[in-house]
Design a protein. Structure first.
Length: 171
């Protein structure tokens, strides 16, 4: 079925025509009255005229000029729309490229921070290991010194008991 777009009146010929345009189902539909389809046009009710259909050549040209003008306008509009679409896509692409660069920069900064933190962790861990070893050595020395003091106190107590030397508390 043809899509009806508008009514058009031609005062010179005392007639009214309905302009139709092709559809997807039937791309060959045209305004039959202007092309001289004769009885089919008048019987279908799309055009009524009191004059001959052959007198429309001027109207045909006018209609063709209007159709060409609309086609050019539509093509220009489509071109502009396509240009705006390309510009939007390019802007989006530029934004994404900028975002990728920013994320890579942030990623590099994070990686640098992680590397520095890892080095500091390893350094602190090594220092802790040294301190643990020193703590173990110092604990062992303290135990040894405490044993020496115990022995010394034992020897001194025995000596007092045997000799009668008074004890001096120092611990």
């Amino acid at each position: 079925m043809a899509a009806i777009t508008r009514h058009r009146t031609f005062p010179l010929y005392n007639r009214t025509c309905i302009k139709t345009r092709p559809t997807k189902k039937n791309p060959t539909i045209t305004n039959r009255a202007l092309l001289g389809a004769g009885p089919m046009a008048s019987s279908s009710g799309t055009c009524s005229s009191s004059s001959s259909l052959l007198q429309n050549s001027g109207s045909e040209e006018d209609l063709q000029a209007v159709m060409d003008q609309r086609k050019k306008k539509r093509m220009t509009s489509n071109r502009e729309s396509a240009r705006r679409s390309r510009m939007r896509k390019q802007k989006h692409l530029d934004d994404l490229v900028t975002q990728v660069a920013q994320l890579r920069k942030e990623n590099q900064q994070i990686l640098t921070t992680v590397n520095i933190t890892t080095q500091q962790f390893l350094s602190v861990e090594a220092e802790n290991s040294v301190l643990r070893a020193q703590e173990g050595e110092l604990s062992h020395r303290l135990e040894s010194l405490n044993e020496i003091i115990e022995l010394w106190l034992c020897v001194r107590r025995r000596g007092e008991d045997e000799v009668g030397i008074p004890t001096v508390p120092f611990l």
